[in-house]
Design a protein. Structure first.
Length: 69
């Protein structure tokens, strides 16, 4: 039971990164910025990819921090 929270939360962060990558749409009205599925505010490409990479790092970090028998 001790490793299960790390496994679940790590997979949630990896799923979040995947959804962010799949939902990436160009927002032409905002001059080459990205929007999540074309809805809401638009982010600069560097900021959008920072969010994706941060989610990936959190997910991989949590998955690797599990104790091994």
């Amino acid at each position: 039971m001790g490793d299960r929270p790390y496994f679940v939360v790590g997979n949630v962060w990896l799923l979040t990164a995947l959804i962010l990558m799949l939902g990436q749409k160009m927002a032409p009205h905002y001059g080459g910025r990205y929007a999540f599925f074309g809805v809401g505010g638009a982010l600069l490409p560097q900021a959008y990819w920072f969010l994706v990479i941060a989610c990936l790092c959190l997910g991989v970090g949590l998955m690797c921090s599990r104790k091994r028998p």
